[in-house]
Design a binder for this molecule. Structure first.
Ligand code: ACO
Length: 402
């Protein structure tokens, strides 16, 4: 309700752009999105090709270093990551201190921040070797941290990494295995999770990535900048959406599966209820990642022989929404997280872990964006302006006179 032109004349001319809907704060060579056409490319490579043919660590390399690795470069990168999967024993003990029912996202962000206390000798953002080793440590240790957050929440002992296994396989074993018992990783599940990580690996200047960049613009180190990103990701309008989708589907099921009634509530904006997993700031067309995930959800559920009535509800919701003028006129389509929760659930992850899986996937994107930011001579400390709408000036009144 503020008179913006009056405010502007008082403040001097600034751009008033809540939510940075139309403000570019950096230039970037990492990820290209055409939201109207539904296109996503990492370093020029279409997401569909990467999801089908590449691997998560190869995509991580691509995002961070700008080119696909040669076979030798990929082996070297993978081996380096393998060498750093262990957590310091003192950091391992952190997990004893959190409440049993702690949400794993703040546990993850706390542990990522804590990494900066264990590696104080290599935190200089402008020292290439420091940044390199921090990059490897983050990629290597975050799956260990994530599985420990999970183990803590279910009261099981923490497993050490088994570095004979691949990146995703190791994570699955630490998460679902128990000591002194064999754990055979289902290769199809491992491949699906690897592919989901690829889909989440970067998405240019989204809320968490912008948070990483803005923290880093103050020259906060890589660990603390990325921890800030983890916290931003935990919000239900961002990474928390996959968890919220499953809750929503469960609520609809509990109400007798009346999808039409739920859609009516959304359209009437009853209690601000939204169709979670729908809509995107940038995609005004089908999110290309959602198409890939939808197919994977069908395949994985069939493979696991775990038919899930929630998948039927989700598909019905999509069908109704895509034929309804409310959603069509607002260009609301399923986003990447509309179907991911169903796959994670079928794999055995509880909803609390869904956003953590998003964070594992997004890690190389955050790292690549932080590194691009720190090496960009145009980078300035992030410091938006405001339109001040408070009192102009008034005199202090002692407490007894108020
Ligand atoms: N369900 C119902 N209506 C919606 C939805 C939705 N999911 N999303 C947007 N709308 C409506 C709004 O009510 C608004 O309608 P109005 O013009 O009548 O007021 C219009 O569409 C525009 O919505 P905005 O909130 O202005 O869109 P914005 O670009 O700011 O928000 C967002 C994007 C946050 C993703 C939004 O679509 C949303 O809340 N979606 C649900 C949460 C979600 O799935 N988030 C995941 C995002 S993707 C990711 O992080 C991986």
């Amino acid at each position: 309700g503020a008179d913006v032109s009056k405010l502007l004349s008082q403040t001097g001319y600034v751009t008033y752009d809540p939510g940075f809907v139309n403000t570019a704060t950096c230039s970037s060579k990492i990820t290209y999105i055409d939201g109207d056409a539904g296109i996503l490319r990492y370093r020029g490579y279409p997401i569909e090709q990467l999801a089908e043919k590449s691997s998560f660590l190869e995509v991580s390399y691509l995002l961070i270093y700008g080119e696909l690795p040669t076979a030798a470069e990929l082996t070297e990168f993978t081996d380096k990551i393998r060498l750093h999967t262990l957590l310091h024993e003192d950091l391992r003990r952190f997990f004893d201190g959190f409440p049993r029912d702690a949400h794993p996202m703040p546990v993850l962000s706390s542990a990522v921040t804590a990494l900066s206390t264990f590696y104080q000798d290599s935190l200089d953002p402008f020292d290439q070797e420091h940044v390199e080793i921090s990059t490897i440590r983050l990629l290597a240790k975050v799956p260990t941290i994530a599985s420990y957050a999970f183990k803590k929440s279910i009261g099981q002992p923490l497993l050490y990494p088994d570095n004979s296994l691949g990146y995703v396989e190791n994570f699955l074993r630490m998460t679902f295995g128990v000591p002194a018992a064999a754990y055979d990783v289902d290769p199809v599940l491992a491949r699906t999770l690897d592919m989901l990580f690829i889909l989440h690996a970067d998405h240019e200047q989204n809320c968490s990535t912008s948070t990483v960049r803005i923290a880093g613009s103050a020259q906060a180190n890589l660990f603390t900048s990325i921890s800030a990103g983890v916290n931003a990701l935990s919000g239900p309008l961002h990474g928390g959406a996959n968890e919220a989708v499953l809750e929503m589907l469960g609520d609809i099921q509990a109400d007798g599966g009346d999808v039409e009634a739920f859609v009516r509530r959304v359209k009437n904006k009853e209690d601000g209820v939204r169709l979670m997993g729908f809509g995107h700031r940038v995609y005004k067309n089908y999110d290309p990642r959602a198409a890939i995930v939808k197919k994977a959800a069908r395949d994985v559920l069939a493979r696991l022989h775990k038919p899930d009535p929630l998948l039927d509800i989700a598909m019905r919701l999509e069908e109704i929404a895509l034929a309804d003028d409310y959603f069509v006129s607002r260009k609301l389509y399923p986003n990447v997280d509309f179907y991911t929760g169903l796959i994670y659930k079928a794999m055995g992850f509880p909803p609390k872990m869904f956003t953590v899986l998003f964070a594992l996937g997004r890690m190389p994107g955050w790292i690549a964006q932080w590194r691009e930011m720190i090496n960009d001579p145009e980078t300035k400390i992030g410091r938006p302006r405001q339109l001040y709408v408070g009192y102009s000036s008034r005199d202090y009144v002692p407490a007894e006179d108020r």
